[in-house]
Design a protein. Structure first.
Length: 317
């Protein structure tokens, strides 16, 4: 969206992976939903001289941005090359309500919003394929071996069933249930978690591939159970997925404590979501009262934030 002749903005949303994180990197199916409560916005404004950036991590020249912004620096660079524009004479301002490094796709979302803002600023059309291609270059920097799921989810509007390398398949969230999202308040470590599974795959290929394949089967079963509106079944599948992700070394104590607290408070199932080793977990509740009881219990365990998402209704509170 171009707001004035010398300014343009680009936006993206957060995402929640319901099932299949990590396994999706190895070609297994995954299920994810956009999370519109958490959004990010990049504004590009005309200025003179080298590119500057203002965001929570850095205020100053883009060329002196800290390493944690390497994916952003890269996405600006590849976008400008694709646009055949020089790297100067504008500033970037990024505002976000997506908690950073919590498995909600903040790294992909910042790249999506920034590519959109740059294309808007230079008045060039941007296809969804081009957008994903540019964002995935920066996701390699952020994640090492990205499946492409985060880029697709943070740039789209519908729940997606996704197998790496295949077209995204939108699916309907016809599940009469509530999803509670709890933030451990601790940064997730997607890159380390992805590479630790890669190491396991080398040291113990047979068992690790079986576990990864099992995660994919659980995602497939969950899709069917969602379509048949069977929340109890979905909850069981989520719990099994959490146990497998824990076995693969991508959970941690904080996540496990929140998952246990949610189950004790009556959740139908609970699991980590996203990269793991910190970040967020999700729990399934069969009605709003049950969801609030889970929220209370997560708060007592010290969650930094919680969200309640009405899956069937698609609304976020
Ligand atoms: C991170 O949000 C999801 C992972 O499956 C990595 C990826 O899909 O690129 C852990």
């Amino acid at each position: 969206m171009q707001t004035a002749h010398n300014q343009a903005i680009g936006e993206a949303t957060g995402k929640i992976i319901l099932m299949g994180e990590h396994a999706v990197v190895y070609g297994e199916p995954s299920l994810a939903i956009p999370f519109p409560k958490a959004t990010i916005q990049t504004t590009v404004t005309q200025s003179k001289g080298p590119i500057t950036i203002e965001c929570i991590y850095h205020s100053g020249l883009l060329s002196t941005a800290p390493d944690r912004l390497a994916n952003l620096v890269t996405v600006v660079d590849v976008s400008l090359k694709a646009l055949r524009q020089e790297a100067k004479d504008f500033s970037l301002h990024i505002t976000s309500s997506i908690p950073a490094e919590r498995g909600m796709g903040s790294s992909a979302a910042v790249a999506v919003a920034t590519v959109r803002a740059l294309y808007n600023y230079f008045n060039e059309p941007l296809s969804h394929e081009q957008l994903l291609e540019l964002v995935n270059v920066s996701e390699v920097i952020a994640h090492g071996n990205p499946s492409g799921l985060d880029a697709a989810m943070t740039s789209g509007e519908s729940p997606l069933y996704y197998i790496k390398g295949q077209p995204f398949i939108p699916f309907s969230l016809s599940l009469d249930a509530y999803l509670v999202v709890g933030d451990t308040g601790v940064k997730g470590q997607t890159r380390d978690a992805v590479s630790s599974i890669a190491t396991l795959m080398e040291s113990n290929p047979e068992e690790t591939s079986q576990d990864i394949h099992h995660l994919g089967e659980l995602a497939d079963k969950a899709k069917i159970a969602i379509e048949k509106n069977q929340p109890v079944e979905v909850g069981k599948l989520m719990h099994q997925a959490h146990l497998l992700l824990t076995k693969l070394g991508v959970s941690n104590n904080q996540l496990n404590h929140l998952v246990d607290a949610a189950l004790e408070a009556g959740a139908l199932g609970a699991k980590l979501t996203g990269g793991g080793r910190g970040g967020c977990m999700v729990a399934l509740a069969d009605n709003e009262v049950a969801a609030q009881e889970i929220v209370q219990s997560l708060n007592e365990m010290g969650t930094s934030s919680t969200w309640v998402y009405h899956l069937g209704g698609g609304s976020v509170e």
